[in-house]
Design a protein around this ligand. Structure first.
Ligand SMILES: [Fe+2]
Ligand SMILES: [Fe+2]
Length: 289
């Protein structure tokens, strides 16, 4: 007997269900004994206990409003539906539908998958920028470390969203990631200032995407998702926008040439040296974003 059978036998409701019992092959007597053990019985001939008192009378006597064993029937019947719809229980059935899923709107599930793609795309662009800055003929290892840390941070955001998706019984569907540019040289602005302005634009774009996702969750009336977005992503994103704007201002103030060189030293102190994030002398990685 597999795990699935055990689950159903222990949690089956005492009230009659229109569908035939899921584990008929184990005998109704055995099942009913287990049900009585968990939920009690309404049949006074079965021995009688305080659990035998009808729900309404029980409520009148005790004043208790929440009747967990009556109210849980709806959720138990959802579990039954999952078994019945998928046919024969077993590993395939377990993978076919979430048992944890409850009031999770399909449009919101799809919107979270889209945001996962946004975060991965951001991560990919920052990784590309990091590789560009790490070139020997560009020579900005502080910028490379900064963009590598930014790339890691965006991937972390994608991971948070993936965990959120599975937490609610949704399915993570990863989509194609748009290939980023490989060249970020700009004669007019210089690669340092141009890359920081690009990063600021992307962070603001992402902030807008997250607020759109929050609006979808609000529309669905899903307080758990809005809370998750507010606590783990939206506030952090606002800080990322401010940080990117600060860097653009500093790059503009510092100017090209030596100004960019000084700014790179400053980024090295904060993020480390180059794609590998060390201190430039082969010592271990510095702190991330
Ligand atoms: Fe992000
Ligand atoms: Fe970000």
């Amino acid at each position: 007997m597999g795990f699935t059978n055990n689950l159903v036998m222990r949690t089956r409701a005492p009230t009659p269900v229109s569908r035939p019992p899921f584990c008929r092959s184990h005998g109704s007597v055995r099942v009913s004994r287990l049900v009585v053990a968990v939920f009690g019985s309404k049949d006074s001939s079965s021995g009688g206990s305080s659990k035998d008192v009808p729900a309404t009378r029980d409520a009148e006597m005790s004043g208790i409003v929440f009747q967990p064993f009556q109210e849980v029937q709806a959720q138990l019947s959802v579990l039954d539906d999952i078994m019945d719809n998928a046919g024969v229980p077993g590993p395939t059935t377990m993978a076919a539908a979430s048992l944890a899923r409850m009031d999770y709107e399909g449009g919101l599930e799809a919107a979270i998958n889209e945001q996962i793609n946004v975060e991965y795309t951001m991560s990919y662009i920052y990784h590309s920028l990091a590789a560009f800055m790490d070139r020997d003929n560009v020579g900005l290892p502080g910028f490379a470390a900064y963009f590598k840390a930014s790339s890691d941070e965006e991937r972390h955001h994608a991971n948070l969203l993936m965990a959120q998706q599975t937490r609610r019984g949704g399915r993570v569907k990863l989509k194609t990631i748009h290939a980023p540019e490989s060249e970020y040289a700009s004669e007019a602005r210089g690669e340092a200032l141009w890359s920081l302005e690009l990063a600021l634009g992307l962070e603001k774009l992402n902030f807008g995407k997250l607020r759109e996702l929050h609006a979808v969750a609000t529309e669905a009336g899903d307080a758990q998702v809005t809370h998750f977005l507010e606590d783990y992503l939206l506030h952090e994103q606002a800080k990322d926008v401010k940080k990117a704007a600060d860097l653009v201002s500093r790059a503009r103030r510092a100017g090209p040439g030596l100004g960019v060189f000084e700014l790179d030293l400053l980024l090295q102190r904060e993020y480390g040296y180059g794609l590998e994030g060390g201190d430039g002398n082969g010592a271990g990685a510095a702190a991330g974003a």
